[in-house]
Design a protein around this ligand. Sequence first.
Ligand code: 13P
Length: 275
Amino acid sequence: MERREIAQLVRTHMERRLEPEGKKEYIVAANWKMNMSAKEIKAFLKEICDTDVPEYLHIIIFPPFPYLPYAQEMLRYEAVAYGAQDVAEQDKGAYTGEISAAMLADCGCSYTLAGHSERRAYYGETSDVVARKASKALEYEIVPVICIGETLEERRSGAYKEVLKGQIEEAAKVCKERLAQCIIAYEPVWAIGTGVIPTIKEIGETHRYIHDVLASECNNAGGRFQILYGGSVNESNVKEIASVPFVDGFLAGGASLKAESFKNIIKRLSLDGCL
Ligand code: 13P
C-alpha cells in the first residue's frame, strides 16, 4: 500500500473512532530517536512485518533519517506507516544538515514529528519554528505529529495549561484550519525517559484540556482530533492509559527500541480489544 493511502486510512479510521463492535482505534508510534544500527533496524522491521496487528491499531515507526530507505523498502506492502523525526521549515537551499519535507516525501514518509521536547530543549526550537515545520510538512501531504508538553516546574506551579495552550496557539497561527489535520502528541517533559508517568486522572484532565483548546482553535468545526500520549509508555501501563478518554494512541521511546517490548505494547492493546 502506498504511504499516502495509509495516512488517509488512518485518518478515516480515526474519524470513525468507534467501530460497530465498539473498538476504539489507536495509533501506536515508535520514536527511535538517535538509536539503533542498520542491522538492528532491518531485524526490527522484519519482526514488525511478521506481527499480527489488529485493524484498530495503526503502527507508525520513526527511524533516524539515514534508515528511512529501509522502511521504504521493507514496509512497502505493509500496513505499517513510517515517518521522520524532524523536518526543515524551509523548502530547499543552503541549510546544511537540514532535511526538507520534499525529501521526506521522496522517501515515502507519511508522517513527521515536529517539536519533540528534545528538539525544543537542545536545539532551541520555539513553538513558532515547530509550527512552520508542521505547516511545511502539510504542504507536502505529510502528517505532522506536533509534540507538546510541560516541564516538571510548569506542572507543579500549575502553569502547564497555559504552556500547552501557548504551544497549540502558536501551531494554530501558522497551520490555521489545517491544525485539525495534525496529530498532537502530549509528552510531559518530566515523564520522558524517567519511568514516571502522570496519574491516570492527570492524563485524562490534560488530554481533555488539549482537546478543548484544539476545538476552540479550530472554531469547534467538529471532527476528531488525534491526541497521543508519550512519556515512559510501556507494556505495563499502556492498557490503563488507553482507557482514558481523548487518548488516541501512544508515542513510545525507550519501550519501542526492542521489537519484543514494542510488540508487547501492541499485544496489550490487542488483548480483549480495547474500549
Ligand atoms: P520514553 O518512552 O523513553 O519516555 O520517550 C518518550 C518520547 O520521547 C517519545 O517521543
